[in-house]
Ligand binder design. Structure first.
Ligand code: ADP
Length: 319
């Protein structure tokens, strides 16, 4: 394989740039030409493709977002769209592709592989919702952003007697909420994976208030619904003054943490190695601190699991 392409697709995540850098540098290290494909699959279809040099990825390891930009591309879900993408790959002589993104992007990568174009998926999403890897690129940075915000809310929370509801991202996964809740000693964590009754949540808050707690922090994962709805219901049920903060897209930005930079560097380089070994249709990941790779379809058919012992622990520690 003499020419490899790299693109970022779906939602952006801090650390994607470190992964792009690793792909580019690892290719050049192996004397393989590397091409940056801009705007995800959309840019692939439209031919936004540029050869990368060593300097193309200089000074990006510390930057959030993705310097290759990203886009959603409904056309790529059609056979005609994918045929156009293949024409572009052929005309540039690109023989293999590294796709950095989430599960949707991986489905696209699998379909291209089935059409004879070897692809490797690198998990990049703040949600940590991809099976077959313990961590995705961007999760740790998003988590630290959330912690910083909650710490600030705590400062004002201790000054007033209030209940604070904080809605965090994560799509259908509760990872950000659970890790943030444990890291920040939240009184209550509401996540899609656990069906806690609303009455239990109210009981816990009331008990805490009776014991003299001056404030409570409740973290709501976006996958269970709106933080504002929970805030309203909690205020009505407990009669405690309640404030709601939706952290929103701040969670997607910022300079990646050391953990995400290292993870992205390892996974990006691993993807290139797999292509050069002749492997295709696989996703890379990290499990028990070991680099692993799995067939994309088999991986996506398994369920992403949260370690619910952490949920129990957070309850025990926040009594
Ligand atoms: P993410 O990769 O973050 O999960 P999306 O689900 O939006 O984000 O997927 C990103 C892009 O991947 C889509 O816009 C589309 O171009 C492509 N894609 C998603 N699902 C498929 C599919 N089933 N077949 C082909 N391409 C897909």
């Amino acid at each position: 394989m003499k020419k490899i392409g790299v693109l970022t697709s779906g939602g952006d995540a801090p650390g994607m740039n470190a992964a792009i850098r690793a792909v580019a540098r690892k290719c050049i290290y192996h004397n393989v030409e590397v091409y940056g494909i801009y705007y995800g699959y959309q840019g692939l279809i439209e031919g936004h493709i540029k050869k990368m040099e060593l300097g193309s990825v200089g000074d990006i390891i510390q930057r959030g977002g993705t310097t290759l930009y990203t886009a959603r591309c409904p056309e790529f879900k059609t056979e005609e769209g994918r045929a156009k993408a293949i024409e572009q790959l052929k005309s540039h002589g690109i023989e293999g592709l590294v796709v950095i993104g989430g599960d949707g992007s991986f489905m696209g990568a699998k379909k291209l592989t089935e059409l004879g174009y070897p692809c490797i998926g690198v998990p990049g999403t703040i949600d940590n919702d991809i099976p077959a890897t313990d961590f995705t690129i961007g999760f740790d940075t998003a988590l630290n952003t959330v912690i910083e915000a909650i710490d600030k809310i705590r400062d004002t929370a201790t000054s007033h007697e209030r209940t604070y509801v904080i809605e965090v991202m994560g799509r259908n996964a509760g990872d950000i909420a659970l890790w943030a809740g444990l890291a920040d000693g939240a009184e209550t964590i509401i996540i899609p994976e656990v069906d806690d009754s609303f009455d239990d949540i109210v009981d816990r808050l009331n008990r805490g208030h009776e014991r003299g707690k001056r404030h409570s922090i409740i973290i709501v994962a976006e996958g269970v619904g709106s933080g504002f709805d929970y805030g309203k219901r909690i205020q009505e049920a407990t009669e405690l003054e309640t404030r709601v903060t939706v952290l929103g897209h701040t969670q997607r930005g910022g300079s990646p943490t050391a953990f995400d930079r290292v993870l992205a560097s390892r996974l990006g380089a691993q993807a290139v190695d797999l292509l050069l070994e002749g492997k295709a249709g696989r996703m890379v990941g990290i499990q028990n601190n070991q680099l692993v790779d799995h067939d994309i379809i088999e991986a996506l058919e398994t369920k992403h699991e949260l370690d619910l012992s952490m949920y129990q622990l957070s309850k025990e520690l926040s009594i």
